[in-house]
Design a protein around this ligand. Structure first.
Ligand code: UTP
Length: 226
């Protein structure tokens, strides 16, 4: 089995829940403490050993690509003013991973967005990482990759959501744990009513897929890389 090394980060959504903050800027670029949210996602991927990142972007998402690219004017200015720590930091962001992007021409949903990764992932296993879920470290992602390598299956990250809040998540049924943290999923239900939810286990924004055919009736747009 080949090593999982590709992360796909869909970032072409309209971000309506964050309006008006997201009217003209990407939700994924909203700062969390001192970094845009999406930088935590890429750092998590890299920490888990994934060195190839594909962003699914859309109009008004250029800032994401720019953030992970070199910035010659800024770097020259920082160098000239002796701000060596900041210079090293901005250069390091551009060197975190091999970053690519592809456009989803219109926001027609998450599945539609992921289908645009087909050309880039080819016949390799890959991980989809959603910018909405920030992890404190790469443990979950590393466990997912390890589970894939051990069992050869696709892997979905889950979290326990006690109480009625489960009805705001995708929820799964499982057929029992094979160890403390690994189980076979038998059913997926989107936002079930609390009283019929098959479990208290909710889907997080980390999915690892075996090589698969991602079907998309729209034509694939040209891929850009930097
Ligand atoms: P969300 O369901 O959070 O949608 O998408 P959204 O558009 O970002 O936000 P709301 O619901 O309008 O507030 C989950 C992830 O899928 C991406 C989003 O960018 C987000 O990272 N996505 C969603 C796409 O890439 N394309 C889409 O058409 C929809």
């Amino acid at each position: 089995m080949t090593r999982v090394r590709k992360a796909v980060i869909p970032a072409a959504g309209l971000g309506t829940r964050f309006l008006p903050a997201t009217k003209a800027q990407a939700k994924e670029m909203i700062p969390v403490i001192d970094k845009p949210a999406v930088q935590y996602i890429v750092e998590e991927a890299v920490a888990a050993g994934l060195d190839d990142v594909l962003f699914i972007t859309g109009r008004s998402k250029r800032a994401i690509e720019d953030h992970f690219d070199r910035s010659p004017e800024l770097e020259a200015s920082l160098a000239a003013s002796g701000k060596t720590a900041q210079l090293a930091e901005v250069v390091a962001i551009a060197e975190l991973a091999h970053v690519h992007s592809v456009r989803q021409p219109e926001a027609r949903g998450l599945g539609h967005a992921i289908s645009f990764a087909q050309h880039h992932v080819g016949d390799e296993a890959f991980v989809v990482m959603l910018g909405d879920d920030l992890m404190i470290d790469a443990t979950v992602l590393m466990q997912m990759v390890a589970a894939h390598e051990a069992h050869g299956c696709s892997v979905v990250a889950l979290t326990r959501i006690p109480g009625p809040a489960i009805s705001t998540y995708g929820c799964v049924a499982i057929d029992g744990y094979t160890d403390d943290w690994f189980a076979r999923i038998t059913e997926l239900v989107e936002k079930p009513p609390f009283d019929t939810a098959p479990s208290h286990l909710a889907i997080m924004g980390r999915d690892q897929f075996n090589p698969t055919k991602l079907e998309n009736k729209a034509a694939q747009p040209p891929r850009r890389a930097h």
